[in-house]
Ligand binder design. Structure first.
Ligand SMILES: Cc1cc2nc3c(=O)[nH]c(=O)nc-3n(C[C@H](O)[C@H](O)[C@H](O)COP(=O)(O)OP(=O)(O)OC[C@H]3O[C@@H](n4cnc5c(N)ncnc54)[C@H](O)[C@@H]3O)c2cc1C
Length: 378
């Protein structure tokens, strides 16, 4: 929304932003069909990969952009804004592989993921474990030099469509991450979420899945360290999606309300409506600035956990307000499923919970303020 995100790659924003708008407009009808059906638009995703919009973090040698958190956030905000399929988990995979992957793992996976040829998923949540990793029940045990994985994972975006998933389980050494090639090994059954429907979820059953020692990402027992590598980025990805959703809701509602006459007056000529526009815009602008600051802290290598949590908290509130209030401008028109507003409300609800719920974010933010001598500069 505000161009204060500091790019790592000069000039890239200028090309990407108009190109993604044009691409989304060309595929609008198709994307709407996939959303209603709750299906992954594989060909659109593959094309985004060929255009370099998936491999934003990977180095140029493997077909990536070599960008940073600012580029990652920009991709997420624009896909949210135009209703495209999000490459967030694939971008996170690039970070995981670059930070923790062996030469063999990078060789095998980094290029295909960056180019959008290999779909990636994250198998972390379990039926009894969402917000608390300590309670994880999935297991990993050794059998000779191999590992045997067991457990059920739920809510896994692209679990059924992915060729590679990152599985977290308890090994004798502690929480451990494994790169599992899912084909023929893992039973995945689609579930039916109300939001982010271009990324279908699945329940994944790991039933004595045998993987070689080379499947461990990082070291046995270091699962929490690998998890934390993308933890802050993921919050900024969610915040950026939410800002994109809010921008779409407000922009579409203004375009409608400007032309819609109620008697002799356009909807946007009413002062009550103008205040709504100002309030929603102010929240989105604030969320955007908090997100931009967090991305900058992250890109310069400082601990960004407070800033990223604040960014997602602010973005949830701003997006909720935007999609709730846009109905003030659209009236009955906005209450039909051939407009985006209803689906956007549901998309926002998913990100209110998934990847760090609003309550968990607020707990963390409050603790940081209350424990700080300076009250975080208040
Ligand atoms: C559509 C969708 C896609 C998802 N994609 C993935 C994925 O790809 N991979 C994956 O591994 N997981 C995924 N998730 C899982 C998601 O990250 C979890 O749903 C989330 O972590 C919350 O866990 P839970 O649903 O078990 O809620 P719970 O942990 O059971 O929490 C229930 C409620 O209690 C609140 N709560 C929890 N702790 C506290 C506290 N201390 N104080 C106050 N309130 C609290 C929470 O905010 C929540 O509202 C997805 C979820 C959804 C819905």
């Amino acid at each position: 929304m505000y161009e204060t995100l500091r790019p790592t790659v000069d000039g890239w924003f200028d090309e990407f932003i108009p190109a993604v708008e044009k691409f989304a407009a060309e595929h609008e009808t198709e994307l709407r069909k996939y959303t209603v059906a709750g299906r992954f638009p594989a060909e659109i995703f593959a094309e985004m990969g060929r255009r370099g919009w998936v491999g934003v973090l990977a180095p140029r040698e493997v077909g990536g952009l070599g960008g940073g958190v600012a580029e990652y956030c920009t991709v997420e905000e624009e896909v949210g804004r135009w209703g495209l399929v999000s490459p967030q988990t694939s971008m996170q995979a690039q970070r995981w592989l670059m930070d923790w992957g062996t030469a063999e793992q990078k060789d095998r996976y980094l290029g295909p993921i960056a180019r959008g040829e290999l779909v990636f998923s994250e198998s972390i949540s379990e039926p009894g474990v969402g917000s608390s990793l300590k309670a994880m029940t999935a297991t990993a045990r050794r059998d000779g030099s191999d590992w045997i994985l067991n457990g059920t994972k739920v809510h896994v975006n692209l679990g059924k469509e992915s060729g590679l998933t990152l599985f977290y389980g308890m090994a004798p050494e502690g929480l451990t991450a494994f790169l599992v090639e899912t084909a023929q090994k893992v039973e995945a059954v689609h579930t039916d979420p109300i939001g982010l429907r271009l990324l279908p979820t699945a329940e994944m059953r790991f039933d004595d899945v045998r993987v070689p020692a080379s499947a461990v990402l990082g070291e046995p027992g270091k699962g929490l360290d690998t998890f934390l590598t993308t933890f802050n980025m993921s919050r900024l990805g969610n915040a950026s999606d939410l800002i994109g959703f809010g921008r779409r809701a407000l922009a579409q509602a203004i375009l409608y309300g400007r032309d819609r006459m109620v008697g002799d007056n356009a909807v946007t000529s009413f002062q009550g409506i103008q205040w709504t526009v100002a309030d929603v815009y102010a929240d989105l602008a604030s969320a955007s600035m908090v997100r931009n600051h967090a991305a900058e802290v992250h890109d310069r290598g400082d601990d960004p956990s407070f800033e990223t949590s604040l960014a997602k908290q602010t973005a949830i509130r701003a997006a909720e307000r935007a999609v709730n209030e846009c109905f003030a401008l659209t009236g009955g028109h906005g209450l039909y499923s051939d407009t985006d507003y209803g689906q956007l409300m549901q998309d926002v609800k998913v990100l209110r919970v998934a990847g760090g719920s609003l309550e968990v974010l607020r707990n963390f933010v409050a603790r940081q303020i209350l424990r700080s001598e300076s009250l975080k500069g208040l």
